[in-house]
Design a protein around this ligand. Structure first.
Ligand code: 7PJ
Length: 272
């Protein structure tokens, strides 16, 4: 069971979270009209393609990405969330900044996707005081340095222990279990070998008793295996999503919603 505000999922089938990145306008006039319109159109297309949740992000957390200030991030994502008002699926805000969480939830988002697992000052409490869902993700280091030298004794054990602690912290703060999702954070301070260990052991995270989200879409781990550039990783991404679902992922976070929905439909029918 997963509750995001007024939306409730029984999780009898895997959910597809579609990624909506709000990138700055290429011809900047100080405003964000073009990027807002493009992101809203993309979000509506992902709904048509069969997305169950939309994840809106205004700050890239890719390895080596530059920091985006809170006001800039708000200027990017809020007009998109407002423009999607009344849409028939839950909107997730991909941010680790409490100020962005608060404003996005007030504007209509009902899920917080936090690569920092609500560790920022005040983040647990602010989510607890809403009916929003939250995705608690593991990372090692920060986006600007996390791929420099990832190190673990046992990656699956360490990620598991971290997520167990964050679920306990979220519950202690008053966030009900039905509102919590966990994510091992593929690519966030992990080598290819670490990512593969996590995928092979994904099933073990189900013991934490909350839905597991997996995000491998178009990531460099897939490029490292296939030798393909980021724009040519659709098939690899669909395969990775399917393998995650087979290993118990309840939600997959993807760019290529239509292709992933088709693949999961086949998986589901074969499993009936
Ligand atoms: C993830 C994310 C992920 C969650 C990004 C990218 C990098 N949020 N945000 N899980 N990745 N929960 O999409 O390539 O794996 S940004």
């Amino acid at each position: 069971m997963l509750s995001c505000g007024k939306f409730h999922f029984d999780l009898t089938r895997p959910l597809v979270m579609g990624i909506v990145n709000v990138t700055p306008d290429s011809f900047s006039d100080g405003g964000h009209h073009a990027s807002t319109a493009a992101a809203i159109a993309h979000a509506r297309q992902l709904l048509q393609d069969g997305a169950d949740i939309l994840d809106i992000g205004g700050e890239s957390t890719r390895p080596g990405a530059a920091y985006v200030g809170e006001q800039e991030e708000l200027d990017r994502v809020l007009p998109v969330i407002e423009g999607l008002h009344g849409i028939a699926l839950p909107i997730s805000i991909d941010t680790w900044k409490p100020g962005v969480m608060t404003a996005a939830l007030a504007a209509g988002a009902c899920m917080v996707n936090d690569v920092n697992a609500l560790q920022a000052e005040g983040a647990l409490e602010l989510v607890a005081n809403t009916d929003a869902a939250v995705c608690l993700m593991h990372k090692q280091g920060d986006p600007h340095n996390m791929q420099e030298q990832p190190h673990y004794r046992n990656v699956t054990d360490e990620v598991y222990a971290f997520l167990r602690e964050r679920v306990a912290a979220a519950e202690a703060a008053g966030i009900a279990r039905e509102r919590i999702v966990i994510d091992p954070g593929f690519g966030f301070g992990k080598t290819l070998a670490h990512n593969l260990d996590l995928l092979r052991g994904l099933e073990s995270f189900r013991a934490l008793g909350v839905p597991v989200l997996a995000g491998m879409s178009r990531k460099s781990m897939l490029g490292a295996i296939t030798g393909r550039e980021v724009g040519e990783r659709v098939a690899a991404s669909v395969a990775a999503a399917l393998l995650a679902v087979q290993r118990g992922a309840a939600i997959v976070r993807v760019h290529d919603v239509r292709e992933t929905v088709d693949a999961l439909r086949i998986w589901q029918v074969v499993n009936e």
